[in-house]
Write a protein that binds this ligand. Structure first.
Ligand SMILES: Nc1nc2c(c(=O)[nH]1)N[C@H]1C(S)=C(S)[C@@H](COP(=O)(O)OP(=O)(O)OC[C@H]3O[C@@H](n4cnc5c(=O)[nH]c(N)nc54)[C@H](O)[C@@H]3O)O[C@H]1N2
Ligand SMILES: Nc1nc2c(c(=O)[nH]1)N[C@H]1C(S)=C(S)[C@@H](COP(=O)(O)OP(=O)(O)OC[C@H]3O[C@@H](n4cnc5c(=O)[nH]c(N)nc54)[C@H](O)[C@@H]3O)O[C@H]1N2
Ligand code: SF4
Ligand SMILES: [Mo]
Length: 767
């Protein structure tokens, strides 16, 4: 109890302190020389010089190291000799291959309460974790623990639970296929499907919406399709910051005569104009205009906008029968067209225009670009998925593509752009609280144990279960749960109620500081580190956003002899927990990761000759029905769906808020304090507002305000944000994630996918 009282005083949120804001004009062009300087400066500041060079040469090259940044794919053909990576890839590498170290002495010096007062930027800059640490019951400081003792401690608590379902096993998306597969195997043999992951907060809405409509929860396009498309729509995504090399693909599409429509409440610099750093000639010129048509939609106005576009297309189709829609495709390959059209024509066009906030003339321009095109790709990310109607958003995108027959042929299709570098692979190999029955059956057949049949907790359910003390052990394979999840204070209470919280991590983060009765930090090898096991140097594999599985092999000497690889941690934990009852030969699995890949090959379709194909340069594509126009739905047809236009009505003093990433962060890892493209420097506690709203509320640029959100009777507050005038629609505002996560209500999430609605939080601004 005493310990719990003390914990309550450590804040679960970043400190509400300012760092000294400078505001400049938002940029119109992205990348180019400033990005190159920025990334090289970053690498040199934090890494040993020789190691920085060595790593960069291997980054994203065939047979090299997969960038631990985002999941954007590498070209199948020749890769740029100037380096097949971006500024943020370099930052991601510099962050994990930092020369700084955290030792036992560091933890002796700094109490948990003291560290909790640091900003995320400060926490992240302390360096790599180097040995296992334990926070004993009632203790104020972490202290060293041996690996065997750490595994015994966890095993004891796991074995002491009334049911395996009282444990939760989280995964973040950097974990390799090999580690993820072994992890889910252990968790399922132990007896639970409680495998929530970062995907629950990310593209789960895409997975759910796409599975239902086109029969596969992944995108259908390849990089080459992007080059060939006639129109690419980029909706709710900021690739200039979050998937920088996507801009090169958009540039190639434009060079081939394609057009780009961007739908976003913000005119994101990266999408407007781009100087390609991989092509010298391009970098020195004035840059390529990427976006042909920018539709500045209101927050969560996408369904209204898409319906407005589709209504006009339908009107055109009536004028020019069979010239606008692909009726052959619709008849042969889809279901639900008539019902969809019946619903569509019910909407009043003027209402739709009002609801989306995009001028009528621009909607017509979009229709002009789409009406004769047959090869359309829609790319999207968090701007579509993180709403209560996130799944409906995706289904509405699919409706548009189905009308145009734009799926299952070259140059056309769905492109949900994935976040973490292996988040898609983790799901493919079994990190899923709701596994398909066929997969469970296949595990049973191959390994001879009965996996749990009931579905487990996704992220939001897991938090609630910990709150209700139905879950008592929280284990995280990577990630930063407290800062990534919604409703920070509520989630903190949930974690503090746990008997044990365990984090397998490369770097210190806030989740180590908001802990259960006991806590463990288990330091692991990172993507860039050499992984040596009994049979020699190991490689791992990852799947990118377009379903290509390829290898990655670290080259740097591990920063401490006390690090373990993620698969080794799982294997040792499994042995300690399951003992001789286990049906799996864990030692054999980790002696040579080929054994893990053999097991994947035997239990998951699409991985034939895994060990051979993973060693081929560039890897291999996983099967994808939608890509071939085969829809693996119950009826074998793609499904039109009816999705209501969400009600975004606001009271006069209310705003709809999105929580977004700055240019200098990777999720909860804060690389720096600048958001260069948006012209915001040295500060993260900002709220981006429309100039007229600022005036109307009697506020001034630079003024400090507080934000509150009220949802289902509960009020949440986040203090101290600096008002920054920005080109954003009226009554829409933006703050950064994770500073504003405290305002995201735990019970505001997408229907079907349970993805927290962190892009449409209703807030008030108070003084
Ligand atoms: N450098 C860097 N790279 C990253 C990450 C990172 O943090 N840093 N994170 C990785 C991860 S895990 C992910 S999931 C991706 C995230 O990549 P993004 O989804 O691009 O990231 P966000 O910053 O969340 O940006 C969402 C974009 O959607 C827009 N938006 C918000 N609401 C709406 C809406 O209602 N409608 C429309 N049309 N647009 C809207 C915002 O203005 C913003 O441009 O990036 C990955 N890559
Ligand atoms: N409000 C709001 N909340 C959001 C979002 C948003 O847009 N708005 N976005 C959501 C999204 S899209 C996502 S994906 C989640 C992200 O949620 P998470 O994936 O949980 O968070 P990250 O910040 O990516 O995790 C960073 C930590 O991972 C650890 N790490 C890094 N590399 C490795 C590794 O190789 N192995 C291991 N074991 N650990 C490693 C480091 O310790 C680091 O501190 O956040 C979600 N939360
Ligand atoms: S686009 Fe993504 S994967 Fe490619 S180098 Fe940049 S951060 Fe890494
Ligand atoms: Mo994500």
């Amino acid at each position: 109890m005493e310990n719990k009282e003390k914990d309550k005083r450590t804040s679960a949120q970043p400190p509400e302190e300012f760092t000294g804001i400078k505001i400049k004009k938002a940029k119109k062009t992205s990348v180019g020389m400033p990005a190159v300087w920025s990334s090289l400066g970053h690498a040199n500041k934090y890494m040993k010089t020789g190691q920085a060079m060595k790593t960069m040469f291997k980054l994203n090259q065939k047979g090299g190291i997969d960038c631990p940044g985002c999941a954007w794919p590498d070209p199948d053909d020749d890769r740029s000799k100037l380096g097949e990576y971006c500024e943020n890839g370099v930052k991601a590498i510099a962050e994990e291959a930092t020369k700084r170290r955290i030792t036992a002495a560091f933890f002796q010096q700094h109490s948990v309460a003291e560290m909790a007062k640091w900003s995320d930027f400060e926490i992240g800059k302390k360096g790599r974790l180097t040995q296992p640490m334990v926070l004993k019951k009632g203790a104020t400081h972490y202290e060293p623990i041996s690996w065997p003792d750490a595994f015994q401690l966890i095993a004891k608590d796991l074995k002491g639970l009334t049911s395996p379902d009282e444990a939760v096993f989280y995964t973040s998306g950097r974990t390799s296929n090999e580690a993820a597969y072994l992890y889910q195997l252990f968790v399922r043999e132990y007896g639970t499907n409680n495998l929530p992951d970062c995907s629950n907060m990310c593209h789960e809405s895409s997975g759910k919406g796409l599975s239902k409509t086109v029969g596969i929860g992944k995108g259908s396009v390849t990089l080459t399709d992007l080059y060939e498309a006639e129109v690419i729509m980029v909706i709710g995504q900021n690739p200039g910051t979050n998937h920088p090399r996507m801009l090169s693909a958009l540039e190639r599409c434009k060079e081939n005569g394609g057009k780009i429509i961007t739908i976003n409440p913000l005119p994101e610099a990266g999408l407007m104009k781009f100087k390609n750093p991989q092509r010298l000639g391009k970098m020195l010129g004035s840059g390529t205009h990427l976006t042909d048509l920018f539709l500045q939609v209101k927050l969560n106005g996408d369904i209204a906008l898409l319906k407005a576009i589709m209504s006009l297309l339908f009107y055109e189709e009536k004028k020019y029968p069979e010239q606008i829609f692909d009726l052959d495709f619709i008849v042969e390959k889809t279901e639900g067209y008539e019902a969809f059209i019946q619903d569509l024509i019910k909407y009043d066009f003027n209402d739709l225009v009002e609801q989306c906030g995009v001028p009528r003339a621009q909607i017509k321009e979009a229709v002009e670009m789409l009406r004769r095109s047959q090869k359309i790709i829609v790319c999207w990310a968090m701007g579509l998925t993180q709403h209560e109607n996130g799944v409906a958003n995706i289904q509405e995108v699919v409706n548009l593509l189905l009308l145009k027959g734009s799926i299952g042929k070259p140059g056309a299709g769905t492109c949900p752009v994935r976040g973490h570098s292996n988040v898609q692979g983790d799901r493919t190999v079994g990190i899923w609280e709701a596994p398909p029955q066929a997969f469970l059956d296949s595990l049973e057949k191959h390994f001879g144990f009965k996996p749990p049949q009931e579905h487990g907790y996704a992220v939001v359910d897991a938090i609630n279960a910990m709150h209700e003390e139905k879950a008592k052990v929280f284990f995280a394979m990577g990630g930063n749960f407290i800062s990534a999840t919604p409703d920070t204070e509520y989630t903190a209470e949930a974690l503090r109620k746990c008997k044990l919280t365990v984090h397998v991590s490369t770097k210190l983060n806030r989740s180590h500081l908001i802990h259960g009765e006991q806590a463990l930090i288990l330091p692991c090898l990172a993507r860039t580190d050499q992984d040596m096991q009994a049979a020699g140097k190991q490689l791992v594999s990852v799947e990118n956003s377009m379903g290509v599985v390829h290898s990655s092999q670290g080259i740097l000497p591990p920063c401490s002899k006390d690090l373990m690889s993620e698969p080794a941690i799982v294997a040792h934990l499994a042995k300690a927990t399951l003992g001789s009852q286990s049906k799996v030969d864990w030692e054999k699995m980790i002696a040579n990761y080929d054994e893990i890949r053999n097991a994947i090959e035997k239990t998951i379709p699409g991985f034939d000759d895994y060990n051979q194909r993973i060693r081929e340069p560039g890897g291999f594509y996983l099967p994808n029905g939608a890509r071939k126009g085969e829809f693996n739905t119950a009826s074998g047809k793609a499904q039109f769906t009816i999705n209501a236009v969400p009600d975004n009505s606001l009271k006069e003093d209310e705003y709809i808020m999105m929580t977004i990433r700055s240019h200098d962060q990777y999720n909860t890892t804060i690389y720096g304090l600048d958001d260069r493209y948006r012209g915001i420097y040295n500060e993260r506690r900002v709220v981006l507002m429309n100039e007229e709203d600022i005036k109307k509320k009697g506020l001034k640029k630079g003024q400090v305000v507080h934000l509150t959100s009220q949802y289902k009777g509960k009020k949440r507050t986040a203090n101290h944000f600096i008002v920054v005038p920005y080109d954003i629609p009226k009554q829409c505002i933006a703050t950064y994630f994770p500073e504003a996560n405290v305002l995201v209500p735990i019970d505001s999430f997408a229907k079907y996918s349970k993805t927290p609605a962190s892009k449409s939080i209703i807030v008030k601004i108070i003084l």
